[in-house]
Design a protein around this ligand. Sequence first.
Ligand code: DGY
Length: 321
Amino acid sequence: MTKPKIYITRKLPDKNLQILKEKANVDMWDDEWEPVPHHILLEKAQQADGMLTMLTERVDKSFFDHAPHLKIVANMAVGYDNIDIQEAKKRGVIVTNTPDVLTETTADLAFGLLMAAARRIVEASEYVKAGSWKNWGPFLLAGKDLHRKTLGIVGMGRIGAAVAKRSKGFDMNILYHNRSRDLETEEELGASYVSFEKLLKESDFVVCLTPLTEDTKGMFNKKAFELMKNDAVFVNVGRGPVVDEQALYEALKTGEIGGAGLDVCNEEPIRPDHPLLSLRQAVILPHIGSASVETRHAMIDLAVKNLYQVLIESHSPLTPV
Ligand code: DGY
């Protein structure tokens, strides 16, 4: 029997790929940091039965046009807005993602961003490193308390629920907004379902975890920031394009809101001269929500298992989208 051909779009550790390499012909882009150029991706797609992709790859109609043998795209991320799912469906290509294994790690980072933006942790560290620390002062780098405040979660999925669980340890009052109510979550976490507008008006902290879709694109716009409290802290650990960055910049600059923590941006990487980077009250990270060593290995392993199930065992994948 001929071995299936698999293309992996980033250099990944050998030990995670062992089980695949025994049963398949595995080819891999030989760089850990730079994404595979699109024309090479298309060239590799010609032969591939399966692909292991990152969120940096654009898996669109033209990609599928170049991939006549493709059976599965295993995306190494829980989000899959880089993939045209309708196009995949039309062609019978299975798409999988990596949910669950990254939930707690991403929630840790979301909470870390909340803390960092609220208590000005990054700014304070930069202040010390710049040699500016001359004395103690009653309000030196004074921030905002998290405990007993109201947390609003937009997108109460697995990661949202894990953030809510953490906030209970801080005695926070939890509001959430989703496309639909989740009574189990409400009962388990003591969270209250509210409209998007009410959440924005009443929350001291707003955490966005909603996936990027046509409906959510740009939902955090000028009007949304105007509805927030003037000292509210906005955190985004979902996808950058759900935020109108110009509106966020204006809101921070004019004091419409108090601070922001972003793990994701409209364009990644963000341009070094982007206005948001000039604001002391914005903490901006390079999309590291799930980036713990343990979790990144677990994500690779899950993507590999999905490829193995479909291409070697001819079974259903573990985590189809
Ligand atoms: C995801 O999995 O979608 C994250 O954004 C990347 O880890």
